[in-house]
Design a protein around this ligand. Sequence first.
Ligand code: ZN
Length: 240
Amino acid sequence: MTATDPSDDGALVLFSGGQDSTTCLAWALERFPRVETLGFDYGQRHRIELDCREQLRSELGRLDERWESRLGPDHTIDLAALGAVSETALTRDTEIAMAADGLPNTFVPGRNLVFLTFAAALAYRRGLRHIVGGMCETDYSGYPDCRDDTIKALQVALNLGMERRFVLHTPLMWLDKAATWALAEELGGRPLVDLVVEDSHTCYLGERGERHDWGYGCGTCPACALRAKGFAGYLARRGA
Ligand code: ZN
């Protein structure tokens, strides 16, 4: 390691407070001795997820002393400009067509490219080598910026553009939602599954009124439907 290299053992987790990023945070805490978290604030609809984050971070620490000792600072980056792009797009015909495909109408093309680029800039300043995100090809065919090839290409671009050796980790890339619940169980047993059910947030509409067996949400938006289907699949596979 040269003087300009970040330490090998530090990780930055893109942490929105949803099911996927909570599972990714546990995954990182299990592997890396130093873990920091990053959330992006880019609009009201995502405020509930952001509010879940601090609760989830402290609950994860309570689950496992080792995880607690590894969990470092939380960072939030204001990306209001990204929210502005999605607001503008709401009035356009192309956006209506995308919404018909089942994508949320706040969808911003290339959003994960922006997230990972900001994450790398922060990781650079914090001396963290590993960047962990919940991108997944399996259940998200509508999001080209979640594809494995996109992430791998971006890793190359970031390493060239910042003169670093970042490693972008996407532990959920080839898992379906049922397998993501199973991964949570593998990492932290039923207590972690219960924590994800109770405290993580996925619903696109930001609803937390009704408690289902898979957690809180409207139950009908694409994100809730996926989470519910995944949880049912997970229970079926484990024979519960
Ligand atoms: Zn919902």
